[in-house]
Design a protein around this ligand. Structure first.
Ligand code: B1N
Length: 808
């Protein structure tokens, strides 16, 4: 949109007056934030309604992205940017003596996700709107997002994240669009006189699902899509009151039970929570979303047989897998279709993304739990399973053992990934290696049955948030050097390649990096009280804490350098600042021990005069989207060091690359494709190959104790965990030691140690030659365009959803 500074000032003043009955001069920062937020929402509203009408007019196929997490981050900055008015507003505010960034900082970051999976959903929303794809989100409006992390005495403490305490300016409550979702009761098939079977569901509890809509603003294209998040509410005081009657006390506890459905996000990443409440959450937002989609479809006046021509539903990991039987239920029980027709429509509508091969993340629900909570859904799943098994009856080539292993129901469980594969037309992995592993290992038997369903869609990130907003100085340098076409077509970042040897561009890149590092150093000083030198190498690992991500390998290397510094007079190294940020799932004991170890190591190293400030170790608490926006642009080294085969893709790796960090990586996840794009001289690779890892796993691992006994560096490092050399980790040091030696080092930390050390050394040598380093940084920035989610969502649109992009 186009707006003059004068007009904006008038609008802002008016908004302040109508909201708070006061002048801007007399308002607090928080009041300024709310006035500005509501004003921007007004600006958005007009095109929001228009977009919906345009989609309707052209009969566009709609995509609905079902996800139990959407990790949006703050929206004021990105909405201003995407509306195309951020510069105007910034200037106008400056003229009024107001700093826009100060106001943006007031917004609470709604943490409605754990990590990569939730952030990916948010990046896709931004990219779909920006590419003119009619794509909407469907999820849960959690009252409490992911916990806030505090570090006390080196330990993680979790505090509730009450993000809705003050108003959320972006959402619109739509009580008139509420729907009812049924839980519990009994379901069976009743034989009718004509011999037909009618489904019956009695004694259920009804929960009201109330939608809250948030606009998803496309980049300078007038497209506004919708993120619909559902909140659970009690229907009416007299409906579905539990046994015990409707006394005030009963009603209150009933209300609490219902509202608990959308109360809190499960804090597990790549790990599955087998609780009833989680299954309730899954069915809750899925059923509410599908009911609405079906209703909207019927308003088009088209026959249901054309449903999949107008609607695509994407299942983000297995969490929304009950969408498959729920759509079957709606089409049959409510709309009266026959099984075969409903099944054809369901398969043609649904597609599924797998995000991990970690076995502990694979969702499976006990049949009994499913029967208790979702009796009608279980009947449908049983029928899908029966028909799946039957479909092989006539084919002699299929081994019965294969059918048993791929079936949906077996060993007393409902296997949600199997349901997704059987019930949808597409299954994709999130990076080339990950998809290959699905095909040849994890889901091999399904791949043999349905090769045509499998495809790869490598993850992406929105360059608007992760470059334009997070690194405005770099964005401005790009505009000045190669023009601004990269903003619309991120692959145009390639144009920067020509300047990799250009002295002036190199100097600018280095200056901007230093400015970003200085800003982060100031933050570290205020938050952690640690003085770090912006001229030291900033080496960063930020992501969820998980054994397979190997923060421990990073920490052990630091410990190695520390030991060398204090024992070996010959040892020399460039000054380095190691920065960590990581939340551990509250119940993940080992991950919490590693946090404590990193903090204890930092405490000691940072205060040991013998280190002479060569090493600083910083653990930044409460890592999330907002912190990432400050940390990533300040990175020189990006640590992407997961055990090969374990990280499905990773997405922060791409964000670091786009901001000119050099990646230190194993050939895991999307790191493989980053290497392909940027070329071997511009990335530092180490560690075991995929084949080695798979071979070791097949043969029950390797002998880590042998390595401990034969490599004196490893021995020195590990011994210092248990001999009191590092203070205050008596328990943690011992547990970590034992995980590596007695429990055979499941994630090959020691096996990769030598290779990691050598890679670290190579990195340091590269850094000594600033011309080379800057050249590498430029190569990375200019090769990062393919990792824009704009590219990814277009591949989804043409390869899976069959949706068009609307011209502006
Ligand atoms: O999804 C990201 C990938 O880039 C990461 O490699 C992958 O680890 C991540 C259960 C998960 N996989 N599985 C989850 C999250 C929450 C939960 O309750 C599993 N997250 C990933 C995006 O593709």
């Amino acid at each position: 949109m186009i707006i003059s500074k004068a007009q904006f000032k008038k609008d802002f003043q008016k908004k302040m007056l109508s909201l708070y009955s006061q002048e801007i001069e007399d308002s607090s920062s928080s009041e300024k934030y709310f006035a500005l937020g509501y004003l921007v929402k007004d600006y958005i509203s007009e095109n929001w309604a228009k977009t919906a009408r345009k989609y309707e007019k052209y009969g566009e196929k709609q995509v609905y992205y079902f996800s139990i997490e959407f990790l949006l981050g703050r929206l004021l900055g990105s909405n201003l940017l995407n509306l195309g008015i951020r510069d105007t507003v910034k200037e106008a505010l400056t003229e009024m003596g107001i700093d826009l960034t100060d106001i943006e900082r007031i917004e609470v970051d709604p943490g409605l996700g754990n990590g990569g999976l939730g952030r990916l959903a948010a990046c896709f929303m931004d990219s779909m709107a920006s590419s003119g794809i009619p794509g909407h989100g469907n999820g849960i409006r959690y009252k409490y997002g992911l916990f806030q992390q505090k570090i006390v005495g080196g330990y993680q403490i979790e505090l509730p994240e009450n993000w809705l305490r003050d108003a959320n300016v972006w959402e619109v409550r739509k009580p008139d669009h509420a729907v009812k979702v049924r839980f519990y009761g009994d379901a069976w098939m009743r034989p009718e006189e004509d011999g037909e079977l009618t489904p019956v569901h009695t004694g259920y509890q009804e929960v009201l699902a109330v939608p809250y809509d948030t606009p998803l603003v496309g980049y300078e294209n007038k497209t506004i899509n919708t993120l619909r998040l559902w909140s659970a509410e009690i229907d009416s005081v007299d409906a579905g009151i539990p046994a015990g009657g409707s006394s005030f006390r009963n009603v209150l506890s009933y209300k609490r039970e219902i509202e608990s459905i959308s109360e809190v996000l499960y804090p597990d990443d790549s790990n599955y929570e087998g609780r009833l409440l989680r299954l309730k959450q899954e069915y809750f937002f899925v059923s509410a979303g599908l009911q609405t989609i079906l209703k909207q479809f019927k308003e088009l006046g088209k026959p249901l047989s054309e449903f999949s021509e107008k609607v695509a539903i994407h299942i983000n990991d297995t969490h929304p897998a009950v969408a498959i039987p729920e759509l079957m239920r709606l089409l049959m029980d409510v709309e009266g279709l026959q099984w075969e027709e409903a099944w054809r429509i369901t398969q043609a509508t649904m597609s599924y993304t797998n995000h991990t091969i970690m076995s502990e993340a694979l969702e499976k629900w006990p049949i009994d739990m499913m029967k208790q909570l979702l009796p009608r859904i279980l009947l449908i799943i049983q029928e899908i399973d029966r028909r799946y098994r039957d479909s092989f009856a006539l084919s002699a080539e299929i081994n019965p053992a294969v059918i048993e292993r791929t079936a949906i129901i077996s060993d007393g469980y409902v296997k949600m990934a199997h349901l997704c594969i059987i019930g949808s037309h597409s299954i994709n992995g999130v990076a080339k290696l990950h998809t290959e592993l699905l095909k040849k290992q994890e889901l091999k038997e399904f791949y043999q049955l349905y090769p045509y369903k499998f495809n790869n869609k490598t993850n992406g990130i929105t360059h608007r948030r992760w470059l334009m907003l997070a690194n405005p100085e770099l964005a401005a340098l790009l505009d000045k050097t190669i023009g601004d076409s990269w903003r619309r077509n991120p692959q145009d970042l390639k144009l920067l390649k020509r300047y990799k040897r250009d002295d002036q561009v190199q100097a600018e890149i280095q200056r901007i990096k230093l400015a970003n590092k200085t800003r982060l150093a100031e933050y570290i000083k205020t938050k952690n009280g640690i003085t770090v030198d912006p001229n030291s190498i900033f080496d960063i690992q930020v992501k969820r804490l998980h054994a397979y991500k190997r923060q421990l390998l990073n920490a052990l290397h630091i410990l190695y350098q520390y030991i060398e510094l204090v024992t070996n007079p010959e040892f020399d190294m460039l000054p380095r600042t190691y920065i960590f940020g990581a939340k551990a799932a509250p119940g993940y004991y080992y991950a919490k021990e590693i946090i404590k170890f990193i903090n204890a190591l930092g405490e000691q190293v940072n205060n040991d005069p013998r280190v002479k400030d060569k090493i600083k170790v910083v653990f930044l608490e409460n890592y999330g989207v907002t912190l990432a926006e400050m940390i990533i642009p300040a990175a020189e080294v990006s640590e992407q060091i997961s055990t090969t085969t374990k990280e499905a893709s990773g997405t922060s790796n791409m964000k670091f690359m786009m901001n000119g960090a050099i990646t230190l990586a194993t050939l895991d996840g999307a790191n493989v494709e980053m290497l392909e794009e940027v070329g071997a001289p511009n990335i530092v690779i180490f560690g075991m190959s995929e084949q080695e890892v798979l071979n070791y796993y097949r043969n029950g691992g390797y002998n880590s104790r042998e390595l401990y006994n034969s490599d004196p560096r490893i021995k020195a490092v590990l011994d210092s965990l248990i001999n009191g050399f590092i203070k205050d980790i008596a328990i943690e040091g011992n547990d970590i030691f034992r995980s590596l030696i007695d429990y055979n080092d499941e994630f090959f930390v020691l096996k990769d140690f030598d290779s990691y050390l050598a890679a670290q050394k190579r990195l340091e040598d590269l850094y000594k030659d600033r011309f080379t380093w800057n050249k590498m940084a430029i190569e990375n920035i200019s090769s990062s365009g393919v990792f824009s989610a704009d590219v990814t969502v277009k591949q989804y649109a043409s390869g899976i959803w069959d949706t068009r992009m609307i011209e502006r």
